[in-house]
Ligand binder design. Sequence first.
Ligand SMILES: [Zn+2]
Ligand SMILES: [Zn+2]
Ligand SMILES: [Zn+2]
Ligand SMILES: [Zn+2]
Length: 345
Amino acid sequence: MKIPQYARYEYCYTKSCEFLEEFEIKAFPINVLEIVHQQKWGLVSYSEIMHKFHCDRKTVIRILGSSDGYTIWDGTNYSIAYNDDQKLGDRTRFTIMHEIGHIYLGHLLDFEATKLYRGSLTKRENRVLENEANAFARNVLSPVSMYLTLKNKSAINVARTFGITTTAAEARIDFINRDVELVRHLKLSEKIMLVYHRFMKKRKCIMCDAQFFQKYKYCPICGNKNSLQWGDGKMIYPKLETYEDGKLKECPICQNEETNIDGDHCIICGIPLVNICSNEECSHQVLPSNARYCPICGGETTFYRRGILKAWDYDEDNLPPESGFMNIPDTAMYIPDIDEELPFN
Ligand SMILES: [Zn+2]
Ligand SMILES: [Zn+2]
Ligand SMILES: [Zn+2]
Ligand SMILES: [Zn+2]
């Protein structure tokens, strides 16, 4: 593919929306380092390169051909280098998201000219790709829906809220009408509002640090009453894979995979495959597969009762002494030496 003549803003906008959804962005400023880490991309600061090659910052900038950042694709993975010069202020977040933009927009894979070395691009080609990555970074780091709901829209407050420089904040302010226009044109308004809703609805449990996007009376993980507050939790309590109706795709006890059939129990071992509240007086709605407690009445769930789910604070390494494995006598492990019996011997 050839590098386009003009920046593809509609494409960049659609991709930024996709990105916000894929990474379930709900906290601002966005933790870009976590995203890079999650993707297992390489990340190195200019200072680290300077230290490793015993050179100064100017040399790194000259060799990479960029005063902000640079990304390479080595055939299996991406690595991002970014200028961490303190004098640039709070600029690294934008720089890294700009580089993520190059990756997410496919710049390093789609165009023959960018595959090996971007230094071979013409000035114009370079400008097009830079504009695209900037548009992507702006709309991911300071989404239209978040900006519009901000009470104080001064450059300083925009910069502080989204963790960008005041120059980047001013660009956000300048581009807002055009970005809003694009959102409407692309019919992405609803999608982009989801970011705001995720942000507003997020709750964390102050007891078990689980994250939710709903208000609950009881925490479904630790069962505590009124322990959910607005904010970002840190713990992920893994969910078992289910069909849309909440039924497990695989039986956690006997590994039977034939579960997409009538009935709520495993046809092999008989355990319940749908997680519901065990309190009979409660409205038995299907609960998430990681819920230990009913968020409505606080009763235990069927998965928790059956031991399919462990207590939220269950610690495998810290079990009381009696509950470990039984001592299996060595003789049970004795495998008779049958070599001589084998017909081909
Ligand atoms: Zn760039
Ligand atoms: Zn909890
Ligand atoms: Zn089973
Ligand atoms: Zn209940």
